[in-house]
Design a protein around this ligand. Structure first.
Ligand code: FAD
Length: 281
């Protein structure tokens, strides 16, 4: 277990209250000594300054922070400036993405179109300075024309210089195993870390899952629907289901877990602390 990697993802908040909550979540999650925190980036640069300032604040407790960086909607110059700022601020890990443009923003404003081009650009600009994470989609990226094309596009990112990958969240564990097998069959052996989304609010999760292409298996969906507004039961069941999935992943030897925290400490800590880790290795 010594190489096991734990990371927690945050998003930049807009309000003072949200910011306070983020910092208190940071303090609670830091007690688990994660390998890094990550901070999302609004495609088109909408959170450029906030992502940067939160990266600095997350670093304060000694846990390294990795900014996400997306390329659609940002110019080469803007991306280059940010890379330099991150370097100057001691950042050494970046989650490199294409991003999804907010509706209304024109795609042509970005010079790099896909994440593999961003990875290539970062390598060209900064050599091996950054450890580069990329996104992986066990259930296929929603815009991909086929699973095979998406797999080939994932391989492009690795060939461009990605060091490891974090998956979109999933509740269908077989999709994850199949994806990893297919990637490895193509001779790719970078760590692929499952992204974990705790279940705390069914209607939000259902909406988001439809948009990002993550399946909520029927047996989970039906149970959550039946709970209606009973938040306690949703959260209790969600914790059981996600803990069981994480335990199986850990037992199968995944290289780590990445929690999509949504800036909340309790559900993520509960799942993480429920897990039995083999600490011998
Ligand atoms: P890509 O790898 O570029 O793939 C996008 C689509 O294009 C896929 O369908 C792929 O098959 C296809 N494609 C890829 N390369 C090529 C190519 N060279 N030619 C033709 N087609 C190609 N979004 C944000 O805006 N901000 C964030 O901070 C953020 N963080 C995320 C973190 C993680 C771990 C994950 C899994 C997702 C995150 N996202 C974030 C969402 C992500 O930006 C979207 O899913 C986006 O639609 C795709 O990004 P990507 O980097 O996977 O794109």
């Amino acid at each position: 277990m010594s190489n096991f990697r734990l990371s927690f993802e945050f998003f930049p908040t807009k309000t003072e209250e949200g910011h306070k909550k983020l910092l208190s979540t940071r303090d609670m999650l830091a007690t688990e000594a994660p390998d890094f925190f990550s901070v999302t980036y609004g495609a088109g640069g909408s959170t450029r300054d906030r992502t940067l300032s939160i990266v600095t604040e997350l670093n304060e407790l000694g846990v390294p922070a990795a900014p996400h960086l997306s390329c659609v909607g940002d110019s080469i110059e803007e991306l280059r400036d940010l890379l330099n700022i991150y370097k100057e601020n001691g950042v050494n890990r970046i989650v490199a993405l294409r991003g999804d443009l907010p509706s209304g923003m024109k795609a042509s404003s970005g010079e790099l179109r896909y994440a593999n081009e961003l990875v290539e650009f970062i390598r060209k600009e900064t050599g091996d300075h950054f450890h580069l994470e990329v996104a992986a989609y066990p259930e296929m990226h929603p815009q991909a024309s086929s699973f095979e094309t998406d797999l080939d596009n994932f391989v492009r990112k690795v060939e461009a210089g990605a060091n490891s990958a974090i998956t979109q969240y999933f509740y269908n564990i077989d999709a994850f195993y199949y994806f990893v097998d297919r990637v490895q069959a193509k001779g790719i052996n970078i760590p692929i870390v499952p992204g974990i989304m705790p279940i705390t609010n069914y209607s939000k999760l259902a909406r988001f899952s439809d948009a990002c292409g993550a399946e909520i298996p029927r047996w989970i969906r039906k149970q959550l629907e039946a709970y209606g507004d009973d938040i306690d039961s949703i959260q209790k069941f969600g914790e059981e289901v996600v803990t069981a999935m994480c335990q199986e992943l850990v037992d199968q030897g995944v290289p780590g877990l990445h929690f999509y925290t949504l800036n909340q400490a309790a559900p993520n800590l509960a799942i993480w602390r429920n897990l039995e880790m083999d600490v011998e290795a």
